[in-house]
Ligand binder design. Structure first.
Ligand code: SF4
Length: 279
């Protein structure tokens, strides 16, 4: 492990701590080997005690690396994989093992989030499988773009998928994220066909993702899938703005407010109208 990261704590009190260049000195060939084998992963941080990233109280590992560029991303320091701490899969598993009894007792679990965890899909599979084998509930928070990198057998180690669907309309999705929405929809269909539990996550941004027609189409899709156990409408906030500024990135949402209570309620109502449990 590079010298400068030895003393960096894996745990932070919150995932908003800015982290850059912690894996900078890992040679390019080692990064490629890590991606191929999953022996090593790049992790922004761990947090404990989360109650919003799956059922019960959770330990969350935030990976670094994301190929999307969502305009509202609150963790742009996770876009670059080598901004994260290089962590062996054994150490990553041990960090969860410390809490396994408490997590089981409290009906909580472990959530792998990011960034986009499937940018490091071999590492993600090895970590999730090891935690699942401990008897701990596992959740994978993903935009679904690389869902096809996981085999059906590997999906069995994921107790719950937290699927982030950002928009329905392909053009809107592309403007918002820079990427195609089709792979995410295809992954959602596959999870439904395999009856894997899903919680849908929808970030609500005034002026960007508040078109009721677009939301109605997502709601109808989610209801048809039959495996979406709940929908979480996540209000946009400005907590990640300082990271864009510190990283020298152009942030375009400086004048965008958080959604009003009325807008949140009307969005939740659209999902509920399709018979979904929405919050
Ligand atoms: S998918 Fe998530 S981590 Fe990636 S840019 Fe979008 S909000 Fe940020």
């Amino acid at each position: 492990m590079p010298e400068q990261v030895k003393d960096v704590p894996l745990h932070t009190s919150n995932p908003y701590e800015l982290r850059v260049d912690l894996g900078r000195d890992v040679p390019e060939t080692d990064v490629r080997t890590a991606l191929r084998t999953g022996d090593l992963g790049f992790i922004h941080s761990y947090t404990t005690g989360s109650t919003v990233d799956g059922p019960g109280v959770r330990v969350v590992a935030w990976t670094s690396g994301c190929m999307w560029r969502c305009l509202y991303c609150h963790n742009p320091d996770t876009w670059t994989m080598t901004n994260g701490i290089p962590v062996s899969v054994a150490r990553a598993v041990d960090e969860v093992r410390k809490y396994q009894h408490g997590l089981k007792t409290m009906a909580g679990g472990f959530t792998l989030s990011g960034g986009e965890p499937l940018m490091q899909h071999r590492f993600a599979v090895r970590l999730l499988t090891a935690v699942h084998d401990m008897g701990v509930h596992t959740a994978l928070d993903t935009n679904g773009y690389y869902g096809d990198k996981l085999s059906d057998a590997e999906l069995e180690a994921v107790s719950l998928v937290l699927l982030d669907l950002k928009a329905w309309d392909p053009e809107r999705h592309k403007r918002l994220t820079g990427m195609d929405v089709a792979p995410t929809k295809a992954f959602a269909e596959r999870l439904a066909a395999r009856r894997r539990p899903v919680w849908l996550r929808y970030v609500l941004v005034p002026g960007l993702t508040d078109d009721p027609e677009d939301i109605k189409r997502i709601a109808a899709f989610a209801a048809r899938l039959g495996n979406v156990e709940r929908v979480d409408v996540l209000p946009f906030h400005q907590m990640g703005r300082f990271k864009w500024e510190r990283l020298g990135l152009t942030y375009t949402l400086q004048d965008t407010p958080s959604p009003s209570a009325e807008l949140i309620a009307s969005t939740v109502a659209i999902y509920k109208a399709e018979g979904l449990r929405a919050f």
